[in-house]
Structures are given as C-alpha cells and as structure tokens.
Design a protein around this ligand. Structure first.
Ligand code: TYD
Length: 145
C-alpha cells in the first residue's frame, strides 16, 4: 500500500483588491474541519509534530512563509514536502507519522483537523506507532482472509 497523502491545490481568485483562496469542507478537502489551529513563531531549528493520530485526518497549509513536513507510514514509505504557497495544502490521513520543521521566520502553518482534540488518539512514540501499524495490518489481513 502506498502513502495515502495528497497535495491539494485550492486555486485563488485575484483582482485589484488582492487574492482570495477558498477551502470548502468535503469539497476542496476530504472532510469538514472540526478544529482549526495554527503554528507560528517556531524557530528555524525546531521540529514539531512527531506524532501520528489514530483517527484524525489533517490538511496543512502554509498560509504565510514556508516549512517542510516529513511523513512516514510505518511501512517504509516516507516523503518530505515543502509547503510554501498559501493556496496549496497537504492532506495527511490518520495513522501517518508527521514532523514539521524548517520553519521560516514568517511561517504561519494552518492546520485543519477532522476531529476535536483528544490527547488519547495521539501516538507520540515512534515505536508505539510502528506497533500500532503492524497491529492494524494484522487485523486487515485477517479480515481479508
Ligand atoms: P503539540 O501536539 O505538541 O503541537 P504540534 O504537534 O503542533 O507541535 O501541542 C502542544 C500543546 O497544545 C499540547 O500541550 C497539546 C495542546 N493542544 C491542544 O490542547 N489542542 C490542540 O488542538 C493541539 C493541536 C494541541
């Protein structure tokens, strides 16, 4: 199975008044956000994230500045994506390990989440994440039998 992420292009409507980018739930992104948060004033040498979520899907958009996001599926697939455009987002489904870093001084990283905050659905230990992936794969293969 491949990394199930996707890059979303929201487009932009521009006129003499400036630019407008629209992100409609269940249209431009695969879910209706229940939670919106944003990360800013993170230092250039900071690594954030470093977790996977059991149920929450995310869309990340650098509405200002830039950052990188590294994602790993726990099955050997990984990818680094540079977010640097206010009209581009990355969709990161649940059960994908993510790390955000290389924040520019003007970086504002907007995060749209499919679920409310629940610390219990965060996996913050990489080995625990690998175990959880293995467990899910076992269940899936048994169901397919
Ligand atoms: P953390 O998950 O470490 O942020 P990031 O992954 O973006 O680096 O969250 C930092 C703190 O904020 C932590 O104590 C949990 C809290 N928090 C909430 O209460 N609600 C939220 O929606 C988020 C994302 C974090």
């Amino acid at each position: 199975e491949k990394l199930n992420i996707s890059i979303l292009d929201f487009g932009a409507i521009g006129d003499e008044r400036g630019m407008l980018t629209i992100c409609e739930g269940e249209q431009d992104i695969p879910f209706i956000p229940k939670r919106i948060f944003y990360i800013y004033r993170s230092g250039a040498d900071v690594v954030r994230g470093q977790h996977a979520n059991k149920v929450t899907d995310f869309v990340l958009i650098n509405v200002s500045g830039s950052s990188k996001v590294k994602i790993m599926d726990g099955r050997g697939n990984e990818l680094v994506y540079s977010l640097s455009r206010p009209n581009t987002g990355i969709y990161i489904p649940h059960m994908v390990w993510k790390e955000m870093y290389d924040f520019s001084a003007d970086s504002v990283l907007l995060c749209l989440a499919s679920e409310h905050y629940d610390p219990n659905e965060y996996i913050r230990d990489y080995d625990e994440f690998l175990q959880e992936v293995e467990k899910n794969d076992d269940i899936t293969s048994k169901l397919l039998k």
